[in-house]
Write a protein that binds this ligand. Structure first.
Ligand code: BES
Ligand code: MN
Ligand code: ZN
Length: 489
């Protein structure tokens, strides 16, 4: 499980401000008014805070921006972060402010001087935890020291309780990132399943279905994708039962541990990025961990299809016709359109077994969604306006970009096959929509459903304010919120 820096509440103690090593964070509102702790910092630094507050630079700073004073005299700190933040400011502004601390956090840790009534404190700390992440387990050489503790000085007696939620969310996001960043020779289908089995320690019921069982269930389209790989295909079912007797929300993830394209081989340039083609499954895993850690009062089941798409003597060929668990037949025109072949069987199984109140699938499904929406938004497709709205509202509240795209019978026509019930590609026009349209054929009329195409947002070459380069963990927060707002007592 991912290592978060520890984060603890400490009682206000003005004398500890002078002796704290590492980073000290102090908040200043626009009017430059200093609270008690800030006044102590100001006194120790012989008026540095007042000089910051009165400077032109401070006047020009935006909410959430910080001035960093290195090795401030009068203090043991290596760095004093003076953060411009109003007491009422919450949400992403506060998170991004916290991320500045998260990026800087070293082994010495930090002391956050939380002004009384600072509404954005939790968001600030969540931002710190989200950004205090690096994926360096494969870098040899000096062992990197663990990140130091974050201490939060506040008189708010209930802050500690609320911190548990933040820790659950951040560790869910880190879990997703660890999975998505992991190279494919390490994160094989078997290793992926083993990491998911660790969720048992949090009270999640985890079941691993292996190839003979999948064969028995009739998941031929999923198995066809994995049949060219040495890594055995698996479906992992994770159940969190924190609610009552109601049917669960089902989360379904595409877990292609590596996508070469198969016999329809991808070009070499950039193929290494396909190590993240299990991003949907990684997100489902992160949500399950977050829900379990915060003991969510909801029933949620996560199902992931773990396969590897390889060219091989046993691999499926373009032109093959395979039968899905549902019974519909698919002509495989392009073996690189494999995600939908995996998802359609897992989605069908999810509905047959759990009759979910809602089903959300996540997948790094199409390059076309990156052409349409870039790396700013995931593509959202749905057969149910209320569910779509609730997800979009949750994504907006978490500042995770999401944009709805259409479905419709016109697009569905593109999937007509001469020899089978459908083909697995719909040609160049609207490639993300026809992929979604393919999935829609495996959604029962009574199942409210959302498909999230996360190909553009699961991993980011340049990083984001809240994540370093690589995996982002996009969707963990939005799905957690959608569940908290819509399905929890
Ligand atoms: N895994 C890819 C989609 C992808 C592309 C994810 C870029 C992340 C970044 C998917 O399996 C794929 O290969 N899709 C094809 C579909 C096509 C053959 C219809 C694509 O997008 O080109
Ligand atoms: Mn592919
Ligand atoms: Zn793929």
């Amino acid at each position: 499980m991912a290592d978060l820096p520890s984060i603890d509440i400490i009682e206000p103690d003005l004398d500890a401000i002078a002796t704290a090593g590492g980073h000290v964070c102090v908040f200043l509102p626009e009017d430059g008014k200093l609270d008690k702790m800030a006044r102590r910092v100001n006194r120790l630094t012989k008026g540095a805070l007042e000089r910051v507050a009165g400077s032109d630079a401070f006047g020009k700073m935006s909410e959430g921006d910080a001035v960093k004073l290195a090795y401030p005299s009068g203090m043991a700190a290596r760095s004093l972060h003076v953060i411009r933040l109003e007491k009422r400011t919450k949400g992403n502004t506060a998170r991004e402010a916290g991320a500045t601390l998260g990026a800087a956090l070293g082994k010495e840790g930090a002391l956050v001087l939380a002004s009384p009534g600072l509404k954005g404190l939790e968001d600030f700390l969540l931002g710190t935890l989200l950004r205090a992440y690096s994926f360096d387990r494969h870098k040899s050489g000096d062992e990197k020291p663990a990140l130091g503790a974050v201490q939060v000085m506040t008189s708010d007696g209930e802050a500690s309780e609320r911190l548990n939620t933040i820790k659950a969310l951040a560790s869910g996001v880190h879990f997703t990132r660890d999975l998505v960043n992991e190279p494919s020779n390490v994160l094989t289908t078997t290793e992926f399943a083993a990491r998911l089995e660790e969720l048992r320690s949090l009270g999640v019921n985890v079941e691993v279905l292996d190839e003979p069982e999948l064969e028995e269930l009739g998941m031929r389209t999923l198995l066809a994708v994995g049949q060219g790989s040495e890594s055995p295909s698996k479906v992992v079912v994770m159940e969190w039962s924190g609610g009552g007797v109601e049917a669960p929300v089902a989360l379904v993830g595409k877990g292609v541990v590596f996508d070469t394209g198969g016999i329809s081989l991808k070009p070499a340039g950039g193929m290494e990025d396909m190590t993240m083609d299990m991003g949907g499954a990684g997100t489902v895993a992160g949500v399950m961990q977050a829900l379990a850690m915060r003991k969510a009062a909801a029933n949620v089941v996560g199902l992931v299809g773990l396969v590897e798409n390889m060219p091989d003597g046993r691999a499926q060929r373009p032109g093959d016709v395979v039968t899905s668990m549902k019974g519909d037949t698919v002509e495989v025109i392009n073996t690189d359109a494999e995600g939908r072949l995996v998802l359609c069987d897992v989605m069908w199984y999810a509905q047959e077994r759990f009759e979910p109140v809602a089903m959300v699938d996540l997948a790094t499904l199409t390059g076309a969604v990156i052409i349409a929406l870039g790396h700013e938004n995931a593509g959202v497709f749905s057969n149910n306006d209320d569910l779509a709205k609730s997800f979009l509202a949750a994504a907006e509240a978490e500042s995770e970009g999401a944009w709805r795209l259409p479905l419709g019978p016109g697009y569905d026509k593109q999937l007509k096959s001469r020899v089978a019930d459908m083909k697995n590609v719909g040609g160049r026009p609207a490639g993300s929509v026809t992929a979604a349209q393919f999935l829609a054929r495996f959604v029962k009329d009574e199942t409210p459903w959302i498909h999230l195409d996360i190909a553009g947002v699961a991993s980011m070459k340049g990083g984001t304010k809240l994540a370093p380069k690589g995996a982002t963990g996009w969707g963990v927060l939005a799905l957690n919120r959608m569940i908290a707002d819509g399905y929890e007592d």
